[in-house]
Design a protein around this ligand. Structure first.
Ligand code: ADP
Length: 178
């Protein structure tokens, strides 16, 4: 599915984010940038050890922030390591921290002149953020970013499961109709 926000394409894909041909791939990282399972494991496996070497040199990233590295063997130019919150009850600043992770990623992409970026569903795997709550935050962060001039021409959300894809599909249909 694809809609336009002004002149920027907002797209949904189902599948493996490491296969996407975009300038910047966003990783759902942890604050120690230590690597892990899920999308983080897939990105480091596909991109090779150069990405982890850069992560080690950077050291860490606070929750709600993001850091950028090159992308090793991936076809992307950069990996943006975004650190979303662990979800507990939604009353411990989780929405603001999740929004911050998306906002920081978009800002880094803009600063580097990226024309395209692909996001996974940050925090909704091992970190337990309910996708119905997380997806509107992700989309609002993108909509807000695109209200200002940006290098981005294409923003892609990559959902691993059909269920996650349909949550985003419903929300995008709402944006397109508004
Ligand atoms: P977090 O710790 O931030 O919750 P996870 O990696 O556990 O991060 O999960 C985030 C989302 O990424 C989940 O929806 C998961 O299904 C999805 N995911 C896992 N592997 C991939 C992949 N290769 N490409 C895209 N999304 C993926």
């Amino acid at each position: 599915m694809k809609i336009m926000i002004g002149s920027v394409a907002l797209e949904l894909h189902q599948g493996d984010i490491t296969r996407l041909a975009v300038d910047a791939i966003v990783n759902a990282a942890n604050s120690r940038l230590a690597g892990g399972g899920g999308v983080d494991g897939a990105i480091h496996r596909a991109g090779g050890p150069a990405i982890m070497a850069e992560c080690r040199a950077i050291g860490s990233c606070p929750t709600g922030g993001a850091v950028i590295t090159t992308a090793g063997r991936l076809s992307a130019r950069w990996v943006i390591h975004a650190v979303g919150p662990v979800y507990r009850d939604g009353k411990r600043g989780e929405p603001e921290l999740l929004e911050g992770a998306y906002r920081a990623s978009l800002q880094l992409a803009g600063e580097h002149g990226a024309k395209s970026i692909a996001f996974p569903s940050i925090s909704t795997g091992v970190y337990g953020y309910p996708i119905e709550k997380a997806a509107p935050i992700a989309l609002a962060a993108v909509e807000r970013h695109l209200q200002e001039p940006s290098s981005l021409e294409r923003v892609v959300f990559v959902l691993f499961s059909a269920a996650d894809y349909s949550v985003y599909e419903r929300l995008l249909a709402g944006i397109a109709a508004s």
